[in-house]
Design a protein around this ligand. Structure first.
Ligand code: NAD
Length: 269
């Protein structure tokens, strides 16, 4: 058993499923104790139960400012401290073929979860960490926050804002020994894509999901879809002392998608 995170106490928001769930599992495997924060009570509690004393579930809606602040207090009270916060909870919102069709009804919800919760969580955790020897904060952005594109424009804007916020917070909080970094995953099959297509049904929905996945697959230099473990292992690194001189960074876990265009030049096949 390795021990990259032995003795560390962490919060993972959105920890019940997908990348967050894998992050919880990897953190525990590496010796951390983890508070799993999510709106998904059934999955979150079952995961905590499966990890015995190394994890507890705290039902939290990160779009609620008070609940995010209370989450930090809960971690400190439950495990006696806080070393790592992973602001992973996120939603994508409906996919529109054109921005002209977007009624922007989902804007406030997407920004409350994807950006404001990240800012509130960072501030609440940093207030504790600044007084207690520092810590590491990992904010989950997306390659959608790096690369412009069609379809989920509000999501892209929120994730781009997460990157800019992360860099600014890293500059502000470095003096307190607090590192703030971004993970930018891409093309990892989870329920996130399904949640962006809930307005569609049946074959239309299946066709949209497969179209998004096949479009993404043409853009990946590493030529495979990512896994939740790919992202979780990057989170372990950023949380660990191996990343002690890394702050304000954006770590892409996207098979190379955002490295640049994969369009072939004339003469290449
Ligand atoms: N899967 C990808 O390819 C991909 C790519 C880029 C970025 N991301 C980001 O990774 C993060 C995790 O997404 P995922 O792909 O694992 O999707 P997911 O849907 O499996 O996980 C998201 C988790 O967040 C929780 N959540 C949603 N709203 C919440 C709220 N208000 N309060 C608390 N928890 C809430 C959900 O219940 C779920 O457990 C998100 O921030 C997402 O934007 C994912």
């Amino acid at each position: 058993m390795s021990s990259e995170l032995t003795g560390k106490i962490a919060i993972v928001t959105g920890g019940a499923t997908g990348i967050g769930r894998a992050t919880v599992e990897h953190f525990v495997r590496e010796g951390a104790r983890v508070v799993i924060a999510d709106v998904n009570r059934d999955e979150g509690k079952a995961l905590a139960d499966s990890l015995d004393a190394s994890a507890v579930f705290r039902e939290t809606d990160v779009s609620d400012i008070g609940e995010v602040r209370a989450l930090v207090d809960f971690a400190v009270q439950t495990f006696g401290g806080l070393d790592v916060l992973v602001n992973n909870a996120g939603i994508s919102g409906p996919i529109y073929a054109s921005f002209l069709d977007d009624d922007l009804e989902a804007f406030d919800k997407i920004f409350a979860i994807n950006l404001r919760a990240v800012m509130v969580g960072t501030q609440a955790a940093a207030k504790y960490m600044a007084e207690n020897g520092g810590g590491a904060i990992i904010n989950t952005s997306s390659i959608g926050g790096i690369m412009a594109g069609r379809g989920v424009i509000t999501y892209r804007a929120s994730k781009a804002a997460v990157i800019h916020f992360t860099k600014s917070a890293a500059i502000d909080l470095g003096v307190h020994g607090i590192r703030v970094n971004c993970l930018a995953p891409g093309s990892i099959p989870t329920t996130l894509l399904e949640s962006s297509t809930t307005e569609l049904e049946g074959e239309e929905r299946d066709a949209m999901i497969s179209s998004v996945r096949s479009t993404q697959s043409k853009k990946r230099p590493l030529n495979r879809e990512g896994t939740v473990d790919d992202a979780a292992e990057a989170a372990v690194y950023l949380a660990s002392d191996r990343a002690r001189y890394v702050t304000g960074a954006v770590l892409r876990v996207d098979g190379g998608t955002a490295a640049g265009s994969t369009m072939t030049t004339p003469g290449q096949s």
